[in-house]
Design a protein around this ligand. Structure first.
Ligand code: G3H
Length: 478
C-alpha cells in the first residue's frame, strides 16, 4: 500500500484522517491511500481561494508560465519509471501503453506552449478606420483567460487527459481545480505534487480527491467555476450541463465508433488494424472500435481471419508483462460485459470464442456475429474486449447502421476507393472519420470531439486553449 500526498492551492496535504482508498484491478487490494475532501465547506473554500488567486495569476507573463511548465516536463521525465508503475497498478495499463501515455503527454505540453504563442498573435486584433465603413472607432480585441477551470477526468487516460485539460488552462493564465475519477486519483494526486514542485505552488492548482457520489454535486454547482472540461459518461455529462447551463463547457462523453469494411480491402491487413483499434487497453477507450460493419460479399473470409488473428492476442496481468489483454478496471466492468454477452447470446448471437475470465478481472476477447438489432451490445457502450460484427449488402445500409447510434464520436472506413470513402465520410454523423485506420484521438494536436450523446465542444491543442479563453473587446471612440 502506498500513501500519496496531494496539492491543494498553496499547500501539500499529507493528513490522512479523511482518506480515499484506491483498489488495484490487478489484485483487488488497496493500492493507494490519498487525503480526501470531506465537507462542502472545505470544497467551497478551495474554489474561493482559487478565484482569489486567479486575479493575481492572470497578470503573470507567458514566459513565467512557460518556465514552470517546462520545469514540470523535466519532473515528468525524471519520474517516468514511477509514473509507469502507478499506471500499471492503479488502472492495469501495460508498461508499453503506460510509457506511450507519458511520452504523448510530454509532447502535448511542449506543443501547447508553442501553440499558445501563435493563438495569442492571431487573436489579438485591432479593428479601426482602415475598414472603410468604420468611423471614429478603434476596437482592441484580445484573448483573456476565463478564471477557474474545473477539470474532471476519467480512469483510462488518467495522466494524458488530465494534462490535456490542465495545461491549456494554465498556459492561458487560468487556475485549475481538478477532480480525477477514483481509479486514477493516485496518479492525479502525484501529478498535483509535481506541478506544485515545478512552481505552481501559490494557488494555481487544486486537486480534489473524493468520490463523485459524495462530493460530485457540491463540486459542479460551485458559483466560482468559470469553465468545465469533463471527460466521462454521457449520464454524468448531461447532469453537469443541467447543473451549470450558462458556463462554457467541453464535454467528452461516450462513443460507439463503427468501422465500415468494403469488399475491396486486404482482409488480413484490415482485421489486424481493427483488432488493434478495438482491443487496445481491453477496449477501454472512448474511441475503441465498438461495432464493425462488413460487406456481405466478404463475410466468411473476414470472420475466419478475425477468429484466426484473435488467437494471437496475448492475455495476462498488467503487472507481469506487456500483454495485449489485461485486467478490466474493476469487477463492475467485467459484470457489465458479461451481461451484454448474455443478452447478445439470448438474442441469437454466435461466437467462435468461449466466454472466459482469467485471473482477476481479465475477460478473454470475444467477437460476436449474427447479432440481433435488439441486442443491447448494438446500442450500449461495452468498454471491454467484446466486439459485435454485422454485415451489409449496400453502402446505404452501412451508413444507416452507423448513424443509427445515439453516439457520434468517430468512425473508420476501410477501402481502396478513396473518393468513395470521402463520400461516405461526409454522410456519417460523427466528428472525425478515419480512412484505412481505426478511430483515435491522437495525435493530440488534431481537433477532437463528439456530437449527439458523445459530447459537445472540442479538445485538441488549439481548440482546448480557445475553449478556456474569451475575447475581450475594448473600444476607443474618438
Ligand atoms: O477514451 C478516450 C480517449 O480520448 C481516447 O484516446 O483515441 O488516443 O486512445 P485515444
Amino acid at each position: 500500500m502506498r500513501l500519496f500526498k496531494v496539492a491543494v492551492g498553496n499547500k501539500v496535504i499529507t493528513n490522512l484522517q479523511n482518506r480515499l482508498c484506491v483498489f488495484s484491478p490487478i489484485n483487488n487490494k488497496v493500492f493507494g491511500v490519498i487525503p480526501k475532501i470531506e465537507s462542502s465547506k472545505e470544497l467551497n473554500l478551495i474554489f474561493q481561494n482559487a478565484k482569489k488567486h486567479f486575479y493575481e495569476f492572470q497578470k503573470t507573463s507567458f514566459q513565467y508560465r512557460k518556465k514552470i511548465l517546462l520545469n514540470f516536463v523535466e519532473l515528468l521525465k525524471q519520474k517516468k519509471e514511477d509514473l509507469v508503475s502507478i499506471l500499471i497498478w492503479e488502472i492495469a495499463k501495460n508498461k508499453k501503453l503506460a510509457l506511450e501515455e507519458i511520452e504523448r503527454t510530454i509532447n502535448y505540453i511542449e506543443d501547447t506552449i508553442d501553440e499558445y504563442k501563435n493563438i495569442i498573435k492571431s487573436n489579438n486584433r485591432v479593428i479601426d478606420e482602415s475598414i472603410h465603413h468604420i468611423k471614429g472607432k478603434q476596437g482592441n480585441f484580445s484573448l483573456q483567460p476565463l478564471g477557474v477551470v474545473l477539470a474532471i477526468t476519467p480512469f483510462n487516460y488518467p495522466l494524458n487527459l488530465l494534462i490535456a485539460k490542465i495545461v491549456p488552462a494554465l498556459i492561458s493564465g487560468n487556475v485549475v481545480v481538478f477532480k480525477p475519477s477514483t481509479q486514477g486519483a493516485c496518479i492525479a494526486a502525484y501529478i498535483s505534487t509535481l506541478l506544485y514542485k515545478a512552481g505552481f505552488s501559490n494557488g494555481e492548482i487544486s486537486c480534489v480527491i473524493g468520490k463523485g457520489s459524495e462530493i460530485g454535486d457540491t463540486l459542479i454547482e460551485n458559483h466560482n467555476i468559470d469553465m468545465i472540461s469533463f471527460t466521462g459518461s454521457t449520464k454524468v455529462g448531461i447532469h453537469i450541463a443541467k447543473k451549470q447551463p450558462l458556463i462554457p463547457m467541453v464535454l467528452e462523453l461516450g462513443g460507439k465508433d463503427a468501422a465500415i469494411v468494403l469488399e475491396d480491402v486486404n482482409i488480413k491487413k484490415v482485421v489486424k488494424e481493427i483488432i488493434k483499434g478495438s482491443f487496445t487497453y481491453n477496449g477501454q477507450r472512448c474511441t475503441s472500435i465498438k461495432r464493425v460493419f462488413v460487406d456481405n460479399k466478404i463475410k466468411k473470409e473476414f470472420l475466419d481471419e478475425m477468429n484466426f488473428q484473435l488467437k494471437f492476442l496475448t492475455i495476462g496481468s498488467a503487472a507481469k508483462g506487456n500483454y495485449d489483454i489485461t485486467e478490466l478496471i474493476d469487477k463492475e466492468a467485467v459484470i457489465h460485459n458479461l451481461k451484454l454477452l448474455e443478452d447478445a447470446f439470448y438474442h441469437g448471437a454466435k461466437s467462435a470464442q468461449k466466454v472466459k475470465i482469467v485471473g482477476n478481472n481479465i475477460l478473454k476477447p470475444i467477437v460476436l456475429f449474427n447479432v440481433s438489432d435488439n441486442a443491447k451490445i448494438i446500442k450500449e457502450e461495452q468498454f471491454g474486449p467484446v466486439l459485435p460484427i454485422m454485415f451489409f449488402d449496400t453502402i446505404e445500409e452501412a451508413i444507416k447502421m452507423t448513424n443509427s447510434s445515439k453516439f457520434g464520436l468517430q468512425a473508420s472506413i476501410f477501402t481502396k476507393k478513396i473518393d468513395l470513402a470521402f463520400e461516405i465520410a461526409n454522410r456519417l454523423e460523427v466528428v472525425t472519420v478515419n480512412i484505412n485506420k481505426s478511430s483515435s484521438r491522437s495525435p493530440d494536436i488534431f481537433p477532437f470531439g463528439g456530437i449527439k450523446h458523445s459530447g459537445k465542444g472540442l479538445q485538441g491543442i488549439r481548440e482546448s486553449i480557445l475553449s478556456m479563453n474569451r475575447i475581450k473587446g475594448i473600444i476607443e471612440n474618438s
